[in-house]
Design a binder for this molecule. Structure first.
Ligand code: URA
Length: 228
């Protein structure tokens, strides 16, 4: 198969999942159902948002049904995004005003946001097989960032998927909120991983993650990276 026939290669500059990605039958069926009932929603793999020349990559879990799956931009339109984007603003990783719309003009500075799983999963729960199948896109995203130095991984699933992308065993960096792991990928790329509980409404409502705890993670990232 020539590169131009490859259905998974949307752009040679920045690889993204195609709109009708067939890899996960359960997720494509879910997506197709929503295309019928919510014709004006995005209902497709959600592409990464931000700057591929950034030093920082933030890895979420998967699009929320009425958030990124509706609007087409990661963390846009649900509670998790309100906390994430206000935090990015506070630490200088964005310019402009986040208005929970993909056309709000928000710009990310030195930062890219992506998800471990690109399509919305039923009940926000991707299966281990879906996480594995989608990992190629995450791997391509990481590989396409020439200046990448740090990643904020939101939750254990994203953390573990990133370690697998880097070719590292899970025991190389056990997930713990607030942990900072200085790693070298099998390809020889130095990367610092910042672990955080996911900024979901559930985690914040139950006190698992407070705004202060989340800010502390990004303060550590800013301290490590220094100014832009
Ligand atoms: N929205 C996303 O894009 N990712 C998440 O992990 C949660 C909400």
């Amino acid at each position: 198969m020539s590169q131009s026939d490859d259905p998974f290669l949307v752009s040679h500059d920045f690889p993204e999942a195609p709109r009708d990605c067939p890899l996960c039958p359960r997720l494509s069926a879910f997506r197709n159902d929503h295309r019928k009932s919510k014709a004006d929603w995005h209902n497709a793999p959600v592409p990464s948002f931000g700057d591929r020349n950034a030093r920082l990559l933030i890895v979420g879990l998967a699009p929320g049904l009425q958030g990124a799956n509706r609007t087409g931009r990661p963390f846009t339109g649900d509670y998790a995004g309100d906390l994430l984007y206000s935090t990015l603003d506070l630490f200088g990783f964005s310019s402009g005003q986040f208005q929970a719309r993909p056309d709000d003009g928000l710009i990310l500075n030195d930062c890219l946001i992506t998800n471990a799983v690109r399509c919305v999963p039923p009940e926000n729960k991707p299966t281990p097989e879906e996480i594995r199948l989608c990992r190629g896109y995450l791997q391509d995203t990481i590989a396409a960032m020439p200046h990448l130095r740090a990643m904020v991984v939101l939750g254990r699933i994203s953390h573990d998927s990133v370690l697998r992308c880097l070719g590292l065993p899970l025991k190389a960096a056990p997930f713990k909120h607030g942990a900072i792991h200085d790693l070298v990928s099998v390809a020889g790329k130095p990367i610092t991983l910042f672990d955080s509980y996911h900024c979901s409404r559930y985690n914040t409502n139950t006190g698992v993650l407070t705004t202060q705890m989340f800010h502390a993670v990004f303060q550590s990232v800013r301290n490590r990276l220094g100014p832009i």
